[in-house]
Design a protein around this ligand. Structure first.
Ligand SMILES: [Zn+2]
Length: 83
């Protein structure tokens, strides 16, 4: 899976934060080693929120980049139109 097109998104469960961030599987692989398990149960204990530092982090897998693209495009449009 780590070599596929799967995209991992981490969500912070802190109600005051709700930070979410795409995880770079290549970075995880580099950090934890090529044999690192990519199952959320294994990864979650190693994660913490980059914004609030909370450990209440959930993971979701997306099968491709479509969702990321949509988010990026919306942010891009917003940025342009909000000038
Ligand atoms: Zn957070």
């Amino acid at each position: 899976m780590i070599d596929g097109k799967m995209r991992l998104i981490a969500f912070c469960h802190n109600p005051k934060c709700h930070h979410n961030q795409a995880l770079d599987l290549e970075a995880i692989k580099a950090k934890l080693g090529p044999d690192a398990p990519a199952m959320s149960d294994d990864l979650i204990p190693k994660l913490k929120c980059a914004r609030c530092g909370g450990k209440q982090v959930g993971l979701t897998y997306t099968p491709d980049y479509d969702e990321m693209k949509r988010v990026d495009v919306n942010a891009y449009r917003k940025a342009r139109e909000g000038r």
